[in-house]
Design a protein around this ligand. Structure first.
Ligand code: GUN
Length: 289
């Protein structure tokens, strides 16, 4: 069993991005600037936004974190979005999800200037992605495609089974993995909470990608011998063996599934770091366009 080291691969991509940004700086061109909007204090969102800001710093990209209380109203948040749209120094920005329930994600995301929508969540970018037109691609799906390609996984002609149909991961990934190009060209099955006899499908997967949001949901009996497994989940579970009292696990029961796989991504250190580098790449692209 091989470990697909997202941390190491992301570090390489970051070096490439840092070189490009340093090049721009030498030529007197604009330094890319990513802004991140964080509403409330969901601990997971805080961690993700902090990691994104830290990654910007590491590659010489400018970043701004904009924090607002959980009780900000929709009008006020839309004003923030409008301000970022017209701020010529900000090349790209994200609104960290999930938002508090009283705010319509659809309304907020639709207000983002598609050119600055480096998460690829605006309907225009989502539609362009679906049609295969140039667009900002959503960070996690694009990161997974990059991860598989850089690890040297041959995807063409393989059966890729995706578990989870979210707008952020599963649904766009089903589109990207079925695209006609050498980094994809899979036959895709999209499974979800409504799938009857899930195991019947997961057992057919040459490449199994899991983004269902449930800790250790995929067990060894659901995975074909020799499969490649990509785990998108991140969950804190209590642990007696760590100082913090918890540890991170994914949507896959790693300890029991890994021995069956030809390759598998760990949690942490698999998909997460790749999501961040996709966001950085999108921001650099937004600057150069
Ligand atoms: N919440 C979970 N994943 C993401 C992501 O990729 N972008 C944003 N903005 N929020 C998220």
């Amino acid at each position: 069993m091989e470990r697909i080291d997202g941390k190491e691969i992301a570090a390489r991509v970051k070096e490439e991005l840092a070189t490009e940004i340093a090049d721009r700086a030498r030529k007197g061109k604009k330094i890319p600037h990513l802004a991140a909007v964080l509403v409330g204090n969901d601990p997971a969102s805080e961690t993700y936004v902090a990691a994104k800001v830290k990654a910007c710093q590491a590659i010489g990209m400018k970043s701004t974190e904009l924090r607002f209380p959980a009780d900000i109203n929709e009008e006020q948040l839309l004003e923030v979005v409008d301000r970022l749209n017209s701020d010529v120094d900000v090349d790209g920005y994200i609104v960290q999800l999930p938002l508090p329930r009283h705010l319509s994600e659809e309304k907020i995301l639709s207000r983002i200037d598609p050119a600055k929508d480096v998460d690829g969540f605006h309907p225009l970018n989502a539609g362009k992605m679906l049609l295969g037109l140039p667009a900002h691609l959503p960070a996690t799906p694009a990161g997974i495609v990059e991860l598989l390609a850089r690890h040297g996984v041959k995807t063409a002609g393989k059966h890729c089974v995706i578990v989870g149909r979210s707008n952020i991961v599963g649904t766009p990934l089903s589109v990207l993995m079925s695209r006609k190009n050498p980094r994809a060209n899979c036959t895709v099955t999209l499974c979800h909470g409504g799938t009857t006899d899930l195991k019947r499908f997961t057992l057919q997967a040459d490449i199994l990608i899991v983004a269902i949001g449930s800790p250790r949901f995929i067990t060894a009996d659901m995975v074909k011998e020799g499969a490649i497994v990509v785990d998108v989940g991140v969950h804190r579970v209590p642990s007696t063996t760590t100082k913090s009292g918890y540890r991170l696990v994914g949507d896959v029961d790693f300890d029991n599934v890994a021995p069956r796989c030809s390759a598998i991504t760990p949690v942490p250190g698999g998909v997460g770091p790749m999501t961040i580098v996709s966001l950085l790449r999108n921001t650099l692209q937004a600057t150069t366009r």
